[in-house]
Design a protein around this ligand. Sequence first.
Ligand code: ADP
Ligand code: MG
Length: 269
Amino acid sequence: KQLLEAAALSRGKDLPPIQQARNVLALDGVTKQFGPHKRRSRPVLKEVSFTLRQGEILGILGQSGSGKSTLARAIVGLEVPDGGTITRTLAAEPGKHAAAGTKVQLVFQEPHDSFDPRMKLLTSLEAPLRQRPDLTAEERRQRILEVMNDVELDSGMLDRYPGQCSGGQLQRATIARALLLEPEVLICDEATSALDALTQRKVLDLLLRLHRDRRLSLIMISHDLDVIRYMSHRVAVLFQGALVEVAETRDFFFCQQHEHSRKLVSAVL
Ligand code: ADP
Ligand code: MG
């Protein structure tokens, strides 16, 4: 744990100043309820508001059932909130294809669920590029090879089926697929929870490298304090659908403001 902390602190020194960066994402009062009798059901998200700056890594911590995945799905547009607004303020760079919705990508927990078991990885990776009719077949092939290289996977893996890959390899392929559409924001929803400790560390380091090299903003969703501490500039705590605390990571682990945050931290220390 001390090693992780030391690594996170020394990494913090190289980070560009986030405070001055523009917002890439802003949530304002986002609420969500499920079910046919919404008035009677408990809200899954309650007035959630926060911003994410370019190049920032925000950790979202919360017990299972606290609404983390619903929040992630709402941010990428897979859930429609009942109230509030989600603003994606993404760079409109000239000459770049800035189709709305492709600039925020989501990586799920279970890599085997992210791929169709009947398709070779190549076929699964070609799918998102169908949204880019402006690219030639050769450009698409090149781009797939580039992202495979980015996530340190051998291009020979493209011929494999998901069942022939390890969890770590598949999670790298999931990240590669998300990168194909050149997102500015990547949301990792328990993305490394299903991996063993060493593989998890490697995937986290890969994400840190992508964050640095591509100026990728990240939302790291996890119930794992170590992952959040290792990765995040700021920590947000979700409790029964409400954000009860948002703080700089160092401050947060030093002293928690909300009672639930204290419980989360003291439960494992
Ligand atoms: P977490 O990711 O923090 O574990 P979730 O966002 O998956 O939490 O779920 C939060 C709550 O919302 C849970 O009580 C879950 O049962 C409920 N929920 C999530 N998705 C749906 C859905 N599609 N329909 C009904 N209830 C849902
Ligand atoms: Mg979840």
